[in-house]
Design a protein around this ligand. Structure first.
Ligand code: GDP
Ligand code: MN
Length: 387
């Protein structure tokens, strides 16, 4: 779950990370009110969950109320890479001497946390990563050992953070790591982390992504759910309690278990197709869940075939089959289903599908995952011209 900058900063503040005083505004008048409270000069900042707001004109300095009106008026409603600005964050402007970059993420392959730190932060960090990767220091952290202050200071030195900023940077990184771990973040990023002329170090931006699996121990996250940005498909799936991620391809995917769903995406890619989504109906899914899954996928206009890949364990073949029959009776599917049904009660499942007498242009059964993937790709690619 991605947070807006203002939510990320509030999250940081709980862990003692210094951020600028400010407030949220949804209208020009509110923007002026927040600016008066924060103290001039202020920065008027578009709140959208996409990077590069500064370059897109979504971040402006304002010296007085008139300038706040002008900028807030321009930025509210602005489109930034497909995201419409509905909320502003107004904060007291900082004097900047230098801009650094700092982030913590999980390096799954290494099974360790990863600190990335650079003295060349700011709006061009992607370019730095591409042209001068050595300017970004990477430090792996064993989650059991944690992060020592010495290790942080060393990383800061390696990252060519100037001596006078090292203590301030180290303080913040220790706090940011605590926020990342105790706060159950997938990502905690500060760009820019600034050095002020006064020598203080300070978080000027916040990019925080929370690990949804930890939501059960963070009742306070409920407020973020209300502002979560989901596309229509994702909203519908969430309402139905499905694990769904929208993608750009043309093959709808339904599988039981996250591992199988991911393998299904891989196999589809291998045989030349592209997935329209990731959908895990989970273990023990019943007919209703299956029917809901079909309904969600059916709302995706790009879908040209639907690949149902079930290896029954706790999930039983006959329930899956009933769900498909039910789904087909509930909605007119925009694309044919290709099914591979294996595992627990697969035989009964196949019989139910057979007995339902579903025509072959609506449902095709294949014995293996590979054959089913090929068929789904063949249909998806073949119908691309819309003939
Ligand atoms: P992003 O472009 O979406 O990453 O938005 P940021 O919040 O990182 O802001 C982009 C840039 O605007 C920063 O790198 C700063 O150079 C500038 N900026 C943001 N806040 C302030 C501020 O308080 N004072 C000054 N002088 N510049 C700021
Ligand atoms: Mn930024």
């Amino acid at each position: 779950m991605d947070l807006f900058e203002y939510q990320g900063k509030q999250y940081f503040a709980r862990y003692g990370i210094p951020v600028s005083p400010g407030g949220v505004a949804r209208t020009v008048d509110e923007a002026v009110e927040q600016a008066e409270a924060a103290g001039y000069p202020v920065v008027v900042k578009a709140q959208v969950q996409v990077g590069g707001r500064g370059k897109a004109g979504g971040i402006k300095l304002a010296q007085d109320a008139d300038e706040v009106r002008t900028h807030a008026g321009n930025i509210l409603g602005m489109d930034i890479k497909g995201h419409t600005v509905e909320v502003l964050w107004i904060e007291n402007a900082s004097d900047i001497e230098e801009e650094y970059y700092a982030s913590f993420t999980l390096d799954r392959a290494a099974k360790q946390h990863l600190l990335m730190l650079s003295a060349q932060g700011g709006v061009d960090i992607e370019e730095v990563a591409a042209t001068d990767p050595d300017a970004i220091v990477k430090l792996h952290i064993d989650p059991v050992d944690g992060l020592s202050r010495d290790a942080v200071r060393q990383a800061a030195a390696d990252g060519r953070i100037p001596e006078r900023a090292v203590d301030g940077v180290a303080d913040i990184l220790v706090l940011l790591y605590r926020c990342f771990v105790d706060g159950d973040c997938d990502l905690a990023e500060i760009n820019p982390l600034i050095l002020k002329p006064t020598g203080e170090v300070h978080a000027l931006d916040a990019k925080v992504s929370l690990d949804g699996n930890a939501a059960f121990r963070h009742p306070e996250w409920e407020e973020y759910g209300k502002t979560e940005v989901l596309d229509d498909r994702e909203q519908m799936a969430k309402a139905k309690g499905l694990q769904y991620i929208g993608l750009d391809g043309s093959i709808g995917i339904i599988a039981n278990g996250a591992g199988l769903a991911m393998s299904t995406l891989d196999v589809v890619n291998q045989v030349g197709g592209s997935a329209a989504n990731f959908l895990d109906i989970g273990g023990g899914a019943n007919a209703d869940v299956m029917a809901s899954a079909l309904d969600v996928i059916n709302h995706d206009e790009n879908v040209r075939s639907i690949f149902v890949n079930i290896f029954g364990g706790i999930t039983r073949g006959e329930e899956v089959a009933k769900g498909i029959v039910e789904g087909l009776s509930r909605v007119e599917l925009r694309a044919p289903i290709v099914i591979r049904l294996d595992g627990t009660n697969a035989e009964e499942g196949r019989q139910i599908i057979l007995d339902a007498g579903i025509p072959a242009d609506k449902l095709i059964s294949k014995p293996t995952m590979l054959e089913a993937a090929r068929e789904a790709v063949r249909i998806a690619n073949g119908s691309e011209g819309g003939a």
